[in-house]
Design a protein around this ligand. Sequence first.
Ligand code: HSE
Length: 309
Amino acid sequence: MKNIKIKIPATVANIVCGFDILGMAINEPYDEMEIRLSETPDIIIRHTDEFRLPEEAAKNVAGIVLIKIQEHLNLKNGFEVIIHKHIKPGSGLGSSAASAAGAAFAANILLGNLLSKEELVYFAMFGEELASGVKHADNIAPCIYGGITLVKSSDPVDIISLNTPDVYVVAVHPQVEVKTSDARQILRKNIELKDAIIQWGNIAGLVAGIEKNDLPLIGRSLNDVIVEPVRSILIPEFDTIKRKSLEFGALGGGISGSGPSIFMLTANKGTAQEIAEMMKSVYDDIGIDSLVYVSDINSTGVIITEQNH
Ligand code: HSE
């Protein structure tokens, strides 16, 4: 039977002010997945990494997506999946979205492109629901579409692909775990109108800056008065990293997804590399291991790297 191998990008959700609606795909890190269409209806998941994620299909982020697609299409076939996970779970870099989006994308290729991109997002959101308790598409959408995406609506799925501005992305992942479900629990349920007005201005400014490739406008719109003040307390040295990054010339940045990773946008690669070194040394100084990534925006989303019939 047919099998393919795919490469799935990490994603930075929210892009600071666009909680649950904005996201971008980046080239580093990425997951790989091998997936085979099988004659029997079983869905078999295996990981080659050390993260000890559940492999029972109904409890696995990729598995639940495949179950939903199988049910929807009344399939007699099943899938055998091998996941090579490099995006650490709980990093805030879209690890669960990579598994969910990868499974939806690969299944669709193996089945002859029966589903639209919006349907892939719809099915992949079941994986996010399993991982975090909530269906959100801000990691899934850029993972599938590539580039920067706006989730105009997740029910019904309405995704807008935005322009890719000329920026670099630097991200640091301090090795402390922040579960998305916990990071959502602590958020305020109500916001004041005056805060909403500031946030709307920033989101609109950010989208306009992205569309016009206006880097100063992007920089001054990367400001979040609703989520960051609450969540940043979960991230060691968040304020130091942000202040120093701006001093080093970052356009702006903040928490990647639900954290603990922190990302910054820069106008050139050299600045991004200097910030990466600074970020690492801040964590070295307090004895916290960290991983740093310097990347540009990934414009393709998930891609096929091998295909066999
Ligand atoms: N928008 C989601 C959140 C992304 O911030 O909770 C989770 O990766």
